[in-house]
Ligand binder design. Structure first.
Ligand code: SF4
Length: 362
């Protein structure tokens, strides 16, 4: 471990205190934040607004941490999976999903996951550790830096740069989803601090950020108090406790009734809805009865449902349902005026789809 002070470990208040303590004017703190978070400075020497002497003095006591890119895989659909290593050698993955008018980055909040959802590959390896807030944010900085370098060279994601409808005016991540490795609400304080840094330092609007949870009820109630107006997604996957207990052991701790009650209490900005993710598994949760139960369960919840036919993997016997059953299921929801979309996870050929992240542990 580096004995010097990691400038990225400091909150906004602490950066200002640090700058004051070493006798510099306040505007230096603003410059430092901008260089670290917006201009992707990976070392103090990259901050050219600082004099040579200032950089040398800072180098004597501090440093700027970075994630180390270990591997990049690009899917045939343009999705890209990036494997990063942390200072202690643990690895995490994030997934860049380009669309015509946006770059969405799916980020990790933990190295591994302790929740153990039965359909998810990430959960199979257990939890290594939770990420620090700066490690969460560093995923965005690292990917923004790559996008910037490669779009400048006109290299990155050809459909966007060369022929995509409109392309992106300034090439950077526009949307964040906490749906990578880990359960964000089990790393609550670091995720809340990361949310504020993403909003304040990187400049991504709250409306463009979604936190996804397996249903950590007490933290779902706390999140809007600590970080208001963040979009919430809930990984639901069953409409009754018996099936959900089987698929998601966390349901034994926070049963479906308390989960839905917390969803009803979640404050929503106008035009916003809670997103329920429903991974459809052949013969487990995909029958017409399941769909009818779901319509009853979600009565009165302002929501939309993403139906995600399972991405099978070799470590599970679960199978993907036939398309006809998925369509039938969707029709039952639509008939009850529940907004239900069938979502094909992107990046399946590179194991970047929902529930397939494993940080190189194959
Ligand atoms: S689905 Fe999410 S919460 Fe469940 S095991 Fe996978 S990473 Fe963890």
């Amino acid at each position: 471990m580096n004995p010097k002070l990691n400038l990225k470990s400091l909150s906004k208040e602490d950066i200002f205190l640090f700058i004051e303590k070493i006798g510099l004017p306040r505007y230096r703190a603003e410059q430092l934040l901008s260089w670290m978070y917006k201009r992707h400075a990976s070392e103090i020497d990259a901050i050219t607004e600082f004099s040579k002497d200032l950089r040398s003095n800072l180098n004597g006591i501090a440093f700027i941490s970075n994630l180390k890119l270990v591997e990049r895989l690009q899917s045939s659909d343009g999705t890209e999976k990036l494997l990063f290593s942390l200072e202690d050698g643990n690895t995490i993955e994030c997934v860049l999903i380009p669309d015509e008018d946006r770059f969405t980055l799916c980020i990790s909040s933990q190295a591994g996951c302790a929740i153990g959802c039965q359909f998810c590959l990430t959960g199979k390896s257990g939890l290594a550790r939770s990420l620090k807030s700066y490690e969460i944010v560093d995923q965005i900085i690292a990917v923004n830096k790559i996008i910037k370098a490669e779009t400048t060279d006109n290299k990155h994601i050809p459909t966007l740069v060369k022929g995509g409808k409109g392309g992106l005016p300034d090439k950077k991540i526009t949307n964040i989803v906490f749906m990578g490795m880990g359960e964000p609400l089990m790393n609550f304080d670091n995720v809340v601090e990361a949310l504020w840094r993403i909003i304040q330092f990187i400049g991504i609007s709250k409306r463009k950020i979604t936190v996804s949870t397996a249903g950590i009820v007490p933290k779902m109630l706390l999140l809007p108090l600590k970080a208001p107006d963040i979009n919430l997604a809930v990984s639901l996957n069953a409409a009754d406790n018996e099936t959900r207990n089987r698929l998601m052991p966390i349901n034994k701790r926070y049963a479906i009734e308390s989960l839905i009650s917390a969803c009803k209490k979640y404050p929503l900005q106008s035009g916003r809805r809670i997103t329920f993710e429903y991974v459809m598994i052949d013969g487990i949760n995909d029958s017409p009865d399941d769909a009818h139960r779901l319509t009853k369960l979600l009565k009165g919840v302002h929501c939309k449902i993403n139906l995600i036919p399972l991405n099978p993997h070799s470590e599970s016997d679960f199978k993907r349902p036939p398309e006809k059953r998925v369509l039938e299921f969707q029709k039952i929801l639509l008939n009850k005026n529940i907004r239900a979309l069938i979502r094909e996870s992107r990046g399946q050929d590179i194991l970047a789809a929902c529930g397939q992240l494993r940080a190189g542990n194959r």
